[in-house]
Design a protein around this ligand. Structure first.
Ligand SMILES: C[S@@+](CC[C@H](N)C(=O)[O-])C[C@H]1O[C@@H](n2cnc3c(N)ncnc32)[C@H](O)[C@@H]1O
Length: 243
C-alpha cells in the first residue's frame, strides 16, 4: 500500500478571508490516487450514471424550503463539485466550501463553478480526516459516496461533528450495493492500467458498502442529538443533528 499523501504535513496558507487553512501539498504522490490519475472517468460516472440526490438533500435539510441567508455548508470529498455547484446555484445566499484531496477533481469542480458563474462556492484541497477548520464553523456538512472509499470512517464522522455548529446538521448518502458501487473504481483501475501508469493506487478494487446495521452503527460514535437513517433503492442516507 503506498503511503497516504493526505497524512503528510500540511502547509499553512493565508486565504482571502484571512482564515488559516491547511492545504495538502501537491506532489508526485498525488498520482497514487485514481481520482487524480483518471479523474475524467469519475466525472463521467458522476454526470451520467449516479443518482442525482439534489432534491432529496434539499428536502431533508430544509423541509421549510430553503436555508437561511449566510448558511455555511461544507461538502467533504466533493469530487468534481456536482452537489456543491447545484446547491450554490439554487441558493445564492448560501456559502459553500467543497473539499477533496484530489487536485484534479477540484479542477473540474472549479471549472464547473466558473462556467455557472458562481461566486458563493469555493473549493479547497483538504483531508476530510483532518479538517483544517476550527470547531463549530459550519451549519451543514454534506458527504456523498465518501465513506465507500474512506478508510477511517469513525474519524471522518468525528471531524464532521467537530466542525458543525450547535444544532448544525450533516447529510450523508452512501450506495448500498457493492457491485454497482464498484463499477467506477473498476473502470478507473482498468484505464489507469491501460495508461501504463504505475501500479499501487491507494483506492481498493472494490467499494466498501455498509450493511444497514453497519451504517446505523457509524453515527452513535458521536453524541448527536438526533439521528435519522433511511434507505431508498440503491442508496442509504443519514441526517444527523448536533445538540
Ligand atoms: C466516490 S468520490 C465522491 C465524489 C462526490 N461526493 C460525489 O458524490 O460524486 C470520493 C471523493 O472523495 C475524495 N476523497 C477520498 N478520501 C479523501 C480524504 N481523506 N479527504 C478528502 N477527500 C477524499 C476522492 O478524491 C473523491 O473525489
Amino acid at each position: 500500500m503506498p503511503p497516504d499523501a493526505t497524512t503528510s504535513t500540511p502547509a499553512k496558507i493565508e486565504t482571502p478571508s484571512s482564515l488559516n487553512v491547511s492545504v495538502l501539498q501537491t506532489s508526485e504522490r498525488d498520482y497514487d490516487s485514481l481520482f487524480e490519475r483518471v479523474a475524467w472517468v469519475y466525472v463521467f460516472c458522476r454526470e451520467h450514471l449516479f443518482r442525482d440526490d439534489t432534491k432529496r438533500i434539499i428536502t431533508a435539510l430544509w423541509p421549510e424550503g430553503r436555508p437561511g441567508p449566510g448558511t455555511q455548508l461544507i461538502e467533504l470529498g466533493c469530487g468534481p463539485g456536482f452537489y456543491s455547484c447545484r446547491l450554490a446555484e439554487r441558493f445564492p445566499d448560501m456559502l459553500i466550501t467543497g473539499v477533496d484531496r484530489s487536485e484534479s477533481q477540484l479542477r473540474w469542480a472549479r471549472e464547473r463553478a466558473g462556467a455557472l458563474g458562481l461566486n458563493n462556492c469555493r473549493f479547497r484541497r483538504i483531508n476530510a480526516l483532518e479538517l483544517s477548520y476550527s470547531d463549530a464553523e459550519f451549519d451543514i456538512v454534506l458527504a456523498s459516496r465518501l465513506f465507500t472509499i474512506l478508510p477511517e470512517q469513525n474519524r471522518g464522522i468525528a471531524e464532521m461533528y467537530r466542525v458543525l455548529k450547535p444544532r448544525g446538521r450533516c447529510f450523508i448518502a452512501e450506495p448500498r450495493y457493492a457491485f454497482r458501487a464498484s463499477i467506477p473504481l473498476f473502470a478507473m483501475w482498468l484505464l489507469a492500467g491501460l495508461n501504463r501508469s504505475q501500479n499501487g493506487y491507494r483506492e481498493p478494487y472494490k467499494a466498501t458498502v455498509f450493511s444497514r446495521r453497519a451504517f446505523e452503527n457509524l453515527f452513535p460514535t458521536q453524541p448527536w442529538k438526533n439521528i435519522r437513517i433511511w434507505q431508498e433503492g440503491r442508496y442509504q442516507y443519514a441526517l444527523c443533528e448536533k445538540g
